[in-house]
Ligand binder design. Structure first.
Ligand SMILES: [Fe+2]
Length: 505
């Protein structure tokens, strides 16, 4: 049997000795594979663009966070309207689950029993849950409290929000409604804390880490001259070293070393690792926490945030599918090999054979994602990769960094309500000033965007004389992005000029 036609090493970045995934050194089970041997030029570039700014912020931001913490010493009241806005409209709304309306799909869902009386009272109503059960194993520091919660919302979107009905605490089977004055007021902070922990330490990780495998394999297995690598490359920049630092540096936010001014999370590294685990490995039997798998199209979110994200996805897809049509046939074999490598490391990633078929003349052709559709599966997969690494990721950071830390704290210094009636509480005494200081610092360090290169300026290296069409597509794409922003039908969760083109923070 003849060996495949092997291209020369010089046709590849790093002479085909580039980065590659492996089991995550610190967490080989239940975490996405990691890339630990990062090319030196990538490390250097990250240090001089992003790493240096972390250092500058670390040295200089103290007075600002101190001033903020002294001036904003107490938690702020959260009205029910604020609560609904945060949980069902902001980036937290990505956690709003439709599972109670899918009884056939999840007949044994215990939330059907938990919220039975509300569901039966209004059988024609649509209900949604915001499930922050992951806090169950947060293992917070002594004196700092967290609690798993499940909140119930109902109805259509009105002004981008849904109505809150109840908050349930599984630890003590406590069901609270807005009638439970003090207990209700305190409960809302525990829910918002859950949302803050879930977005920063659990769900967001799935936008980062599984894509390291795609990043490394694309750089090492696709010829540097291929259209696909040139399409992906701007979106793979600066990320490998960032993700490596997050998971391996002793000063990383996930280590939460209490000597660092930004270490605001409520639990030590071991507790936070559990939060990551629930994000990637899921929670058995809980539809709000599916096991991670690669999405061919982005997940549906039941909110304006979802509508916003899909508007940009459609723009990216329209561009990508036209570029994919331009890929010369002699690159198909490399793409098949690339897909088979990625599939080994990324659950549900299609194999090479799922991307192509041979027609009656023995010619390789793209397979469709769906028989009804015109566009290829490859276009869908690539569009989702580019969308995740740019809009999907940056929107989370931008919107979360705007959420009031005095309404959605990471730490609370009192236990959750134990019954429907509790005495009134002082909003200054349920949190320490140091908690506010650290949270403010952490937000500046790691949640607020640190853009180096923007999606709206992306110029792909389509430089061959024969690639005039690709160059034109690039120009249309950038115009289309502007048009997408102008024609948004919902709140603009992140201005186009703040969307990074790759994961840079
Ligand atoms: Fe991020």
């Amino acid at each position: 049997m003849a060996l495949p036609n092997v291209k020369s090493q010089k046709d590849f970045l790093y002479k085909r000795k580039g980065p590659w995934p492996q089991p995550q050194p610190s967490h080989p089970f239940g975490f996405a594979p990691g890339v630990v041997h990062i090319p030196k030029d990538e490390v250097r570039k990250w240090n001089w663009t992003i790493g240096i700014h972390y250092k500058i912020t670390l040295l200089t931001f103290w007075p600002k966070s101190m001033a903020y913490a002294f001036k904003n010493r107490a938690l702020r009241p959260v009205t029910d309207d604020d609560f609904e806005r945060l949980l069902t409209h902001s980036s937290f709304s990505k956690f709003l689950s439709n599972e109670l309306n899918e009884k056939e799909k999840y007949p044994h869902n215990e939330k059907l029993t938990i919220f039975k009386k509300f569901l039966e009272a209004e059988p024609n109503e649509q209900f949604f849950v915001a499930d922050y059960s992951l806090l169950e194993h947060c293992l917070s520091y002594p004196g700092i409290y967290t609690a798993p919660t499940i909140s119930l919302f109902k109805g259509e979107l009105v002004n981008g929000q849904r109505k809150v009905i109840a908050i349930y605490f599984p630890d003590n089977n406590l069901m609270l409604t807005p009638k439970d004055s003090n207990a209700w007021e305190l409960a809302k902070y525990f829910v918002l804390q859950g949302a803050a922990v879930r977005i920063s330490s659990s769900a967001h990780a799935n936008l980062h880490f599984p894509y390291d495998s795609i990043n490394a394999i694309s750089k090492s297995a696709l010829p540097k001259d291929s259209v696909l690598l040139r399409l992906l490359k701007p979106h793979l920049d600066l990320t490998l070293e960032l993700n490596y630092s997050v998971l391996n540096s002793p000063t990383s936010p996930v280590v939460n070393n209490q000597m660092m001014p930004f270490a605001a999370f409520p639990a030590p590294e071991g507790g936070l690792a559990g939060m990551f685990l629930y994000g990637y490995n899921g929670m058995e039997g809980n539809p709000s926490y599916p096991k991670y798998e690669f999405q061919i199209v982005p997940n549906t979110f039941h909110s304006d945030y979802g509508t916003f994200l899909m508007a940009y996805y459609n723009t990216i897809f329209n561009f990508v599918h036209k570029v994919v049509e331009q890929i010369p046939e002699d690159e198909y074999t490399d793409i098949k090999v690339w897909a088979d490598y990625v599939k080994t490391w990324v659950p549900n990633f299609p194999s090479g054979d799922e991307f192509f078929y041979l027609d009656n003349n023995g010619k390789a052709k793209y397979k469709k994602h769906d028989k009804e559709e015109e566009e290829s599966l490859l276009a869908k997969v690539i569009a989702n990769i580019i969308w995740d690494l740019s809009v999907g990721h940056a929107a989370d950071h931008y919107d979360y960094s705007l959420i009031d830390i005095n309404k959605a704290p990471l730490r609370l210094r009192v236990p959750p309500p134990h019954s429907n009636e509790i005495p009134s509480f002082d909003r200054k005494k349920i949190i320490d000033w140091i908690d506010i200081f650290k949270h403010h610092f952490e937000r500046k360090m790691f949640f607020a965007p640190r853009n180096v290169t923007l999606l709206q300026d992306t110029k792909y290296d389509f430089n061959k004389p024969s690639e005039q069409i690709l160059r034109e597509l690039n120009v249309y794409f950038l115009e289309d992005l502007k048009k997408t922003e102008k024609e948004l039908t919902v709140y603009n969760y992140i201005p186009l000029d703040q969307i990074s083109r790759s994961i840079q923070y």
